[in-house]
Design a protein around this ligand. Structure first.
Ligand SMILES: [Zn+2]
Length: 320
């Protein structure tokens, strides 16, 4: 009896779809060949993936001098322990190590006496602070204050930022940003631990009882875990990034105004300049101005994502 393979098997997908002329296969080996070829593709694709990870991600040939050290997924059956508790334990230890290499990475560069630690987040705080100094200085000059440009200062803005006055402030924001990111990660980990733990015990038992395949159960466990990365890790880390960039900017600008008062020996009065679509808090702040630098300190950002700024009142108007 001759059986048309399309009546008893799902049609092969993608590029391996058979054309009409090969539909009749006296050797009846079509499925074997398809499976064989699929396995070849799978194995060669894995090889390709490993080559990509080696050359691109892990920079095995040292082509990319500043390449980040990439994370390393768990090895095959790496946490194949008897007890679920041991599996969870080992997985969490692995996860925390991945986080130390990635989201919480700190590099050490040689310093004069001891190594200097730099979190990867520092560079963004640095840029935001620098932006705040420049904005502050150009607003002061626009208001008629006689101050030199940062580029006229020996060593430029980098030298200015290196002064104790600024370096201390930047340092506080560096560590606060990093510590906040660390707290978010810890909270995310606690949630992941719970989901992995549930998934390996009740979840696995329920899944099998419901007739789900182990692959489906594994995929669900991954989805439940990734969900915590997206909804806790990403969401909260983004808030930290936005908040601390604005904080760094505002603090730098205020530091610049205070510095100017000291340098010029006269008070600098400040107005609140509203950002687009200002909220009632900021509208009230604006109406209540101008402020002395002491009054204005800590006013902004008034709330998360507040992009309002302080700008000096014209120099002439302050000197009544
Ligand atoms: Zn605002």
């Amino acid at each position: 009896m001759s059986v048309d393979i399309h009546t008893c098997h799902r049609p092969p997908s993608g590029r391996l779809r058979l054309n009409a002329s090969s539909r009749v296969d006296p050797s009846r080996t079509t499925m074997i060949r398809l499976r064989f070829i699929r396995e070849i593709n799978k194995r060669l694709n894995e090889l390709k993936r490993d080559i990509r990870i080696s050359i691109v991600d892990r920079d095995c040939f040292d082509i990319q001098p500043n390449a980040l050290r990439r994370l390393s997924p768990a090895r095959y059956k790496e946490f194949a322990f008897e007890r679920s508790a041991d599996k969870v334990q080992a997985f969490m230890a692995w996860l925390e190590e991945q986080e130390r290499q990635g989201i919480l990475h700190v590099s050490r560069r040689p310093g004069v006496h001891i190594g200097i630690e730099e979190a990867w987040t520092d560079v963004y705080i640095d840029s935001a602070y620098q932006r705040g100094l420049r904005n502050g200085r150009s607003r002061l000059r626009a208001a008629g204050y006689q101050l030199s440009l940062f580029d006229e200062v020996p060593g430029g803005i980098q030298a200015v930022m290196g002064r104790r006055f600024h370096a201390d402030r930047i340092g506080v924001i560096y560590s606060r940003t990093y510590e906040d990111l660390k707290s978010v990660t810890q909270f995310m980990n606690a949630e992941i631990r719970r989901r992995i733990s549930d998934g390996l015990t009740t979840g696995l038992a329920r899944g099998l009882a419901e007739g789900k395949s182990p692959l489906t159960i594994a995929r669900e466990l991954y989805k439940n875990t990734a969900d915590r990365v997206d909804k806790i890790g990403k969401v909260r880390a983004r808030t930290i990034a936005r908040t601390e960039v604005l904080n760094a900017h505002h603090e730098a600008q205020m530091a610049e105004y205070i510095q100017a008062e000291q340098e010029l020996g006269e008070p600098v009065m400040l107005d609140v300049v509203l950002g687009p679509n200002p909220c009632p808090i900021c509208v009230d702040l604006e109406a209540g101005g101008p402020y002395t630098t002491t009054q204005a300190m800590g006013q902004l950002p008034a709330h998360p994502n507040c992009v309002c700024a302080h700008a000096p009142v014209d120099a002439g108007k302050t000197r009544k």
